[in-house]
Ligand binder design. Structure first.
Ligand SMILES: Cc1cc2nc3c(=O)[nH]c(=O)nc-3n(C[C@H](O)[C@H](O)[C@H](O)COP(=O)(O)OP(=O)(O)OC[C@H]3O[C@@H](n4cnc5c(N)ncnc54)[C@H](O)[C@@H]3O)c2cc1C
Length: 320
């Protein structure tokens, strides 16, 4: 078939020539618009000594005056639920309903872009959240800057006895033996930091940056731009603000939560109410509650020790 598309640079190309004649329709907003970032080009929070998380963009960036970025969720939901609700308090009810009933796609209509500077061991945990778009600093292209995460002496955590993945209590600096071990750990990190000079020397002698960096530890900082939709950000926050997540990534998640709260206050409130501070019960746990109500000991009908421990925690939260 001959190619009938216009050859003028920049001209519209379409298989329907009539469509090319139709002017795009521009709608004027019903009320003035406001910037959800208040005109800022970035809003940054420091995390630890050397790190930060900065909000650099939001979709929607402009919303009708008097509203928040939550409006985009309601706007998308109305495609399925019709024009029934209009008032802000009705919008709040709709968002809370959507979140409670896991009608998640309207939350994907809101997006946030962050610039984050974090140690590599935090980045390794963060990158597991696969639904984000990421562009990271290249240690092949540029010299890795001289920034290392080193906890303060009083924040060195001991291996948890109950949780093999976690560190809980800190070494007590007023206990001589604890202090010695904590100091030894900080010195160990300091020694590793000395290797940075060697890294620079070797790159100066011509070793490629992509190989020289192999000797750098995982507490060295990296940076990336990270863009994600709100549905998946809420999932990230649920997992990484949880007490089971490592403290260092939790600090970033807390900072992210602080940045988001004023921009999507209705969603954040609903997420705290229904997810973050809510409680999921398994069938076995429901059976145990029924047993308690019937005057029994409320034991979980399983031999699994971990499940029993989780049930004890939930019982305590429920005051049972
Ligand atoms: C406390 C804690 C401890 C952890 N320990 C370990 C560990 O020891 N080892 C380890 O390897 N990881 C560990 N992880 C990482 C964990 O297993 C998840 O990879 C991480 O939390 C991201 O969760 P996600 O996959 O739900 O998120 P995302 O990757 O953001 O995905 C969100 C959702 O999208 C869907 N999705 C995304 N990609 C796919 C796909 N390819 N196919 C189908 N569905 C998809 C899924 O429904 C998923 O839940 C840990 C996480 C936490 C919070």
């Amino acid at each position: 078939m001959p190619d009938t598309a216009p050859s003028v640079p920049g001209a519209a190309t379409t298989s329907n020539p009539a469509a090319a004649l139709i002017e795009p329709k521009r709608a004027t907003p019903e009320s003035p618009l406001r910037d959800v970032m208040g005109g800022a080009s970035r809003i940054e929070l420091k995390v630890h000594e050397q790190g930060f998380i900065a909000l650099v963009d939001v979709m929607p960036r402009l919303v009708p005056e008097g509203q928040t970025a939550d409006a985009a969720i309601v706007q998308a939901a109305r495609v399925s639920y019709g024009q029934g609700t209009k008032q802000v308090n009705e919008d709040r009810g709709l968002i809370r309903y959507l979140l409670r009933h896991r009608h998640t796609t309207p939350f994907e209509m809101v997006e946030f872009k962050f610039h984050v500077c974090m140690p590599i061991f935090v980045a390794r945990q963060w990158i597991r959240h696969r639904t984000a778009n990421v562009n990271e600093y290249s240690g092949r292209y540029s010299i890795v800057p001289d920034r290392f995460y080193i906890p303060t002496l009083d924040a060195v955590r001991k291996q948890s006895a109950s949780n093999r993945q976690g560190g809980e209590q800190t070494f007590q600096v007023n206990d001589a033996e604890d202090l010695r071990t904590a100091e030894e750990f900080i010195r160990y990190l300091g020694d590793v930091e000395q290797r940075y000079q060697k890294y620079l020397d070797l790159t100066n002698k011509g070793v490629s940056r992509e190989l020289a960096r192999l000797g750098l530890p995982v507490n060295v900082y990296t940076e990336w731009y990270w863009k994600c939709d709100l549905h998946n950000i809420l999932r990230f926050l649920s997992l990484r603000m949880d007490k089971h997540a490592q403290l260092e990534i939790r600090d970033y998640a807390e900072a992210m939560h602080r940045l988001l709260q004023p921009i999507i206050p209705i969603t954040i409130e609903a997420w705290r109410d229904y997810e973050m501070e809510g409680l999921h019960l398994t069938r076995l746990e429901i059976e145990a509650i029924r047993d308690l109500k019937a005057g029994g000991p409320g034991l979980l009908p399983t031999e699994n020790k971990r499940e029993q421990a989780e049930w004890s925690e939930k019982r305590a939260r429920l005051g049972l």
